[in-house]
Ligand binder design. Sequence first.
Ligand code: UD2
Ligand code: MN
Length: 465
Amino acid sequence: MISVERSVPDVRHNLCKTKEYSDDLPRTSVIICFTEESWSTLLRTVHSVLNRSPPELIAEVLLVDDFSQRDYLKEPLDEYMKKLPKVKVVRLPKREGLIRARLIGAEMAQGPVLTFLDSHVECNVGWLEPLLQRIHDDPTNVVCPAIDAIDATSFEYAGSGATIIGAFNWEMKFTWNGIPEYEARRRDDESWPIRSPAMAGGLFSIDKDFFYRIGTYDPGFDIWGAENLELSFKIWMCGGSLEIIPCSRVAHIFRKQQPYKFPDGNVKTFMRNTMRLVAVWVDEPYRDIFYSLKPQLMGQEYGDVSDRIKLREELKCHDFQWYLDNVYPALKVPDTKVRARGDVRNAATSMCLDSMGKGVLGMFPCHGEGNNQAFTLTWDDQLKHKNTCLPKIKTPGQLRMLGCNMASTARITHIKGETIRDASSGKCLDLNADRTMAIFNHCNGSKAQRWRFSRYFDRKGRVIP
Ligand code: UD2
Ligand code: MN
């Protein structure tokens, strides 16, 4: 019942409202890929682009239909779009996924700038000019609007307010983070671009030539996921910069579930894309951190990436260490030099040590997904889980992880596949009677006192086979 041409609250900062932009901004093609999108959200996306952009800056709107099956997205959509001359509907003959669908859109685009949008967004007042201005200033600037939220059930427009950067964790999942202090200091006021280590992925403008110069996306990525980090790393490492432009606001529906299927399964597809990303752009020792958090991925196939590695060499891109030092020095890097890492498997039960989400050491079936089962044994003999450590053993029974402090943490000795021993008491890590918890007991040579981490390293950080 909500109009497909509704107005939205102008949530821009006041400083944005009086800004002036060059009168020779480059034109952009707007590329919107969709599959099984809802009718009204798709139309609202298109109308918001046309209604709130200066017409002379829109070369065209390419609606790339990634093989939708819903009837209303076929002829009725063609019919509807006939009355909007700038809009072209492109039909893909088979499902490609959003990455290759965007690449097909880019191939067809006429404008010198490409602007990608998800198919369930609403562009706010004055969203386009500040994006194009930054590309006009320097075509190696890749720019994202600040993303507001549209409530997925009420469709209420909720301004995001907070200024944040795009980032990632060591499982190579995109996250939002606070603006680091050095970046806050660099900015003069709230309207300034925010240099962002990564983009969320869906909404951005990029100079077309620059997009091709840095090798677009890895076309081996399927359906959904990880392309956002691939492009982000590549932009920074290969001579560009990535910014969030707070004066440009586009609202996105953060959906509770996706309306489309993943032909090979959601986790498998996302993980395969992520492994390709890691193989090409994330150098050691950081690649190893990723695999230690996702041990089940070791040795899984991810196809051929030799072309992408060649691309990186030809472009003479910086390495991942440079990226961390120069683009995201605020990122916390886990210990890269440790004796052992991964899940800790018990020889008697084949169950894994697990922090149970509350810091007590329980036993749980090994799930290979890291998280509560991701432990490290450091060269200074501490048993760690995230930023907690096993404290000195004072009382028998349940073990609880605490803050790390050399004075109060237990010294652990361990040989691959053998005992995990507390140096001061000489006791060995064992299972309790019902085998649901890990506790320390007198060493007795039993199988229940034998443990194995997923991986062991030498002093240089190399994996011991
Ligand atoms: C975010 C991004 C999204 C993409 C994704 C990682 C934002 C707001 N959204 O997830 O753009 O970068 O992270 O890959 O930053 N689609 C297809 N074919 C497919 C699957 C999806 O065309 O096989 C379309 C879909 O209709 C939508 C767009 O691609 O328009 C992004 O998909 P999403 O909205 O499900 O992704 P989202 O917002 O969860
Ligand atoms: Mn989306």
